[in-house]
Design a protein around this ligand. Sequence first.
Ligand code: HMH
Length: 221
Amino acid sequence: DTDGGMIQTWLKKHLVNYTGATRHPFILSIREGTVDLSSFKRWMGQDYIFVRAFVPFVASVLLKAWKESDDHSDMEVILGGMAALNDEITWFKNEASKWGVPLSNVVPQRANQDYCRFLESLLSSEVEYTVAITAFWAIEAVYQESFAFCLEDGSKTPEELKETCQRWGNVSFGQYCHLLQKIANQCLEKASDDVLSKAEVALLHVLEHEVEFWNMSHGEI
Ligand code: HMH
């Protein structure tokens, strides 16, 4: 673990949790081509609500970077992430209308509410930049790893779902996640033990919320 930094160390330590989030049965079913389209639509409606709550969280990370980071490029990477979210909201609206998913009356399910509440808890100025950027990286990385897996050679992802998988599974989203990981590692390198343990807990919370989020696709409330 000499150059992978703290994130690499944590991913090894919590590999079971990470794999649970990035190789969830819902993702495996997309990759196998056996996914139930009503599950996919349910995920889509819920994720649109999540992404809308994700924007203020990313804005708060941007604010913390501006105040607390000594590296100017951090802000630019985070700003790029915000710009991508702007596209993502437009994409959701188009994609949902193609699938006949009405976004205006989606009822947020319990797991979604819990995840959004967790994001809200990280908005506070009491939450250190290091903790927030670690959570931010983890949230993006889970989607990147999950959807990239559906596009690997040998996957049987249905043609009509490939565009969704591309959204998070593409190479440039992967590079962006890598930049977030680098920023998080730089912060963690300088962090106190107290902040380190808070960041590790935040990472584990993200992984739990992501698993619960995928679980919602099954449909039981
Ligand atoms: C639940 N996690 C969830 N939704 C997303 N869109 C992302 C992560 C990545 O942006």
